[in-house]
Design a protein around this ligand. Structure first.
Ligand code: ZN
Length: 131
């Protein structure tokens, strides 16, 4: 699925903010540092793509949305690992990975991971999704 950088950031933020309760529109607008009308527009696009749903004002990732999140994290953490193994600082690796993670093909990421010795965690110690 083709998504934009803003949609990517929104998906990641929904997941990050989903603690005991899913986030609301206002939480997301603050978290993404955008105005509520912009957040509404962004969420409408994600809803049309079947990546999120709204329930009682709470914003929830659908199965497809969770799947998209895993693909982003697979690429993010693979690319981070690659850069960090090459000597780039963890912080820089993270900042650069988020510029491209949503564009990468999961299949290619699995090849890269294999060539890196199949690490299971990123430099921050977070698990690298298998799928
Ligand atoms: Zn990162």
């Amino acid at each position: 699925m083709e998504i934009t950088k803003k949609e990517r950031d929104c998906i990641v933020k929904i997941k990050e903010l989903s603690g005991s309760f899913p986030p609301r529109l206002s939480d997301l607008a603050v978290g993404l540092n955008i105005k509520p009308p912009t957040a509404i527009e962004l969420l409408e696009r994600l809803e049309r793509k079947g990546l999120i749903k709204k329930e009682h004002g709470m914003i929830i990732l659908t199965d497809n949305g969770n799947n998209e999140y895993s693909k982003i994290m697979l690429a993010h953490r693979t690319y981070e690992t690659l850069l960090s193994m090459s000597g780039v600082s963890t912080e820089d690796a993270c900042l650069q990975a988020e510029k491209i993670d949503y564009l990468m093909e999961p299949e290619s990421m699995r090849h890269v991971l294999k060539s890196l010795g199949s690490p299971e965690k990123c430099p921050h110690g977070k698990p690298i999704p298998k799928e």
